[in-house]
Write a protein that binds this ligand. Structure first.
Ligand code: T4K
Length: 375
């Protein structure tokens, strides 16, 4: 007998509340709520160890981390980026007075297409802001080659990439800086949160100052920094979440395997990407609804909605279609055919560690019925 509860694209993974209570008691006792408290220090160290990186700075959320990452590298002028992402990616550029230059995505990975980057470089270009969309790696080598050739910085928006690995190494350990999000909807959450992974202690020091208003000491401010600090509640939760994240990743992989096996049998639907890269974190489960399927992506989205299943069209509309971007020459849809197609075809299905087998079966049944042409 199938359930009829509403299903969302994700549901935050949380540890048992009883496990969190001792952490809360410690915060209450210490009365240290934020500004680099003891849990902040412990979580930062434990997270670095988990990710296999030496230097990182915690943030209140991924967007503030992105904004600060650009400031930390003193990025100005034009930055090459992708239209196929969450809007925070490009907004971080506008917040810094930087002009985004959109470049189309690769049709297979849906990440920034390195083959199209060089043509977009001008004397004003200072950096590439690429996104590991759905946690799948960008073409790291090709992007690095271009950055080296043209003396550009590389920032990876790795908001989706927690726990993903490439060649046995953490995916966030690439580029000049990588930025994580620990938002409630992410693979690893601290309610709200984020981090910048950086190459050395000096860069970390600069980032730590920038996220604390630019303070160096009680009386010295060296930059117009923002308030990007992670508080003790979120840091304590993060510390505890680390104990559970491997089980959550394993459960995601299992659910993804079940989806793939079912969807491979349905003509007109394609799992993205196919095959799934080695070391994937299964942060999302995107499918492409192609023309051979009896109904289009939006009709399928509505059909799910009518059954209280809230799949999401990540990422539609494209960032380049929003009012603050669509006037840019690089935002013209005919220059971004692969991103436009993806925005029309992709639907992200519910995927989270607590997704019950019967609920996943409900999702698959909708795909099968619509695929059979049933009304
Ligand atoms: N770069 C990229 C590539 C990103 O994807 C993001 C964020 C960022 C940067 C910025 O990082 P942060 O500043 O957020 O740390 C969500 C998230 O708000 C956003 O974090 C995320 N990307 C984006 C892809 O998705 P919405 O507006 O789609 O979320 P919302 O509230 O509709 O949530 C989706 C579903 O999740 C809901 O239908 C129900 C469920 N849900 C959600 C929340 C917040 C829960 O069950 N519990 C919850 O607490 O943007």
């Amino acid at each position: 007998m199938s359930s009829s509860r509403p299903l969302y694209v994700t549901q935050p993974a949380l540890p048992p509340l009883r496990e969190f209570m001792p952490y809360l008691e410690q915060i209450w006792d210490a009365r240290m709520l934020t500004n680099a408290g003891p849990f902040h220090a412990r979580f930062e160290a434990a997270l670095g160890e988990y990710l296999g990186v030496e230097h990182l700075a915690l943030f209140a959320n991924g967007t503030l981390a992105l904004i600060t990452a650009l400031q930390a590298l003193r990025i100005t002028g034009e930055v090459i980026t992708t239209p196929y992402s969450f809007v925070a990616t490009a907004h971080s550029l506008l917040w810094n007075g930087i002009k985004p230059v959109f470049v189309d995505v690769d049709p297979v990975t849906l990440n920034l297409d390195p083959a199209r980057i060089e043509a977009a470089i001008t004397p004003q270009t200072t950096a590439i802001l690429a996104v590991h969309v759905y946690g799948h790696p960008c073409d790291l080598d090709a992007i690095e080659r271009i950055a080296d050739t043209y003396n550009l910085k590389v920032i990876y928006d790795a908001a989706h990439a927690f726990g993903a690995r490439v060649g046995g190494r953490s995916l966030v350990d690439h580029g000049d800086l990588s930025v994580l999000s620990f938002h409630a909807t992410k693979v690893f959450n601290t309610f709200e949160g984020g981090a910048i992974i950086c190459p050395d202690a000096r860069t970390k020091q600069r980032i730590d100052r920038l996220k604390n208003f630019g303070f160096v000491d009680e009386v010295t401010v060296v930059a117009p920094g923002i308030n990007g600090k992670m508080n003790e509640f979120c840091a304590a939760l993060g510390l505890l979440q680390l104990e559970h994240v491997d089980a959550a990743l394993a459960r995601r992989a299992e659910l993804a395997r079940i989806y793939r096996a079912a969807i491979d049998e349905i003509p007109g639907l394609r799992c993205h990407p196919d095959p799934v890269p080695e070391g994937a974190n299964h942060a999302y489960f995107p499918i492409m609804v192609e023309s051979a399927y009896p109904i289009d992506r939006d009709a399928l989205y509505q059909r799910f909605k009518a059954r209280d299943i809230h799949a999401r069209r990540y990422f539609y509309p494209l960032i380049s279609a929003f009012p603050m971007y669509r006037g840019l020459p690089s935002a013209q849809p005919d220059l971004l055919p692969n991103a436009v197609r993806a925005a029309e075809q992709v639907l992200c299905l519910p995927l989270y560690p607590d997704l019950e087998a019967e609920d996943q079966a409900r999702v698959i049944a909708v795909l099968q019925e619509a695929g059979d042409g049933d009304a």
